[in-house]
Design a protein around this ligand. Structure first.
Ligand code: SF4
Ligand code: ZN
Length: 306
């Protein structure tokens, strides 16, 4: 099959719009939509710094690469990379090397933050003690704090994450089915956030996971594709299969889920106004007195000391 736009062979058939695209036109197609997403989600001003949360997996590498390509010629916008080392032997070190190599060859400031330095813990210590909670519950809370702290330290105006269309449509469905409308309202993207938090955005928000993977492959990006040893068959996987099933029966369903959410978003935020936040002793914003990360880290240290 040939590309719809040139005589080259197509590398993909996009089911939801019937397009056959060669590598070059597929990349252009993704880049155009990502640029539109960036414009839609944030208002970049001269002098702004964008931090990108990069694990080394395909989505975060594609996000870093596309932001770097988009702003390569802009001297007034800085792109920084933040990578977190959760302390998972046999898994995390090799992905950190991939991110470091990309940053070194593209002159991107690279910031590494470790759970060890932040909490004096590693996920290899936490996972066996996490009990009824999944290790990912701890990991996610610790990671959010690391990200926010480092993004503030480097003076970032925005924090980009690698969430793609599949992640978004699964989260929307999950909160919808659980009836958790408040959490639904918090999915964002938010142009304004509370003091102490860095506004997040997701450039791949409307890019299906398959396209993110294909983009990484055809653009020759190096990425890490090992699975974390603590990754669990989580509730999210139920929604992954529900959403994938909808998409295969009616191509375009993932987009429709996202676009319905975007249309509802102004009403959701009107009804669920963000609560006023306090400051935890560690400096992070929190709903209560102490932030979740401080609470969970103390609980872990108690278990380790027992
Ligand atoms: Fe952390 Fe869970 Fe991701 Fe592993 S799978 S890195 S434990 S959130
Ligand atoms: Zn705290």
């Amino acid at each position: 099959m040939k590309c719809d736009h040139c005589p080259h062979d197509a590398v993909t058939f996009i089911r939801y719009n019937g397009a056959h695209l060669c590598a070059h036109h597929f990349m252009k197609y993704v880049e155009k939509r990502v640029k539109r997403e960036i414009r839609r989600q944030i208002d970049l001003k001269p002098g702004d710094k964008v931090a990108v949360a990069v694990s080394g997996g395909k989505d975060s590498m594609v996000t870093l690469h596309l932001l770097n390509e988009t702003f390569r010629d802009r001297d007034d916008i800085e792109i920084h990379c933040i990578t977190i080392d959760e302390g998972i032997e046999g898994y995390r070190p090799s992905s950190i090397e991939i991110v470091k190599r990309y940053c070194a060859s593209n002159d991107i400031p690279f910031h590494l933050v470790t759970f060890k330095d932040m909490f004096d813990l590693t996920m290899d210590q936490v996972a066996p003690l996490s009990g009824d909670n999944s290790p990912c519950t701890y990991c996610g809370v610790f990671r959010r704090k690391c990200m926010n702290t480092v993004a503030k330290e480097i003076g970032a105006n925005y924090l980009a994450t690698g969430h793609n269309l599949d992640d978004m449509s699964q989260s929307i469905m999950m909160n919808f089915v659980r009836g958790d409308v408040e959490r639904l309202a918090r999915l964002g993207p938010h142009k304004k956030v509370q003091p102490g938090l860095i506004p997040r955005f997701a450039p791949l928000r409307s890019i299906p996971e398959k396209e993110s993977l294909l983009y990484a492959m055809v653009s020759g990006l190096e990425y890490h594709d090992l699975t974390c040893p603590y990754w669990e068959e989580a509730l999210r996987n139920q929604y992954r299969s529900v959403v994938d099933d909808l998409e295969s029966r009616s191509p375009g369903s993932k987009f429709s889920i996202l676009s319905s959410y975007d249309q509802l978003y102004p009403m959701l935020t009107e009804n669920y106004k963000a609560a006023k936040l306090n400051t935890c002793e560690c400096g992070e914003p929190t709903l209560g007195k102490r932030c979740k990360a401080c609470e969970l880290s103390e609980r872990m240290h108690d278990l380790i000391d027992r």
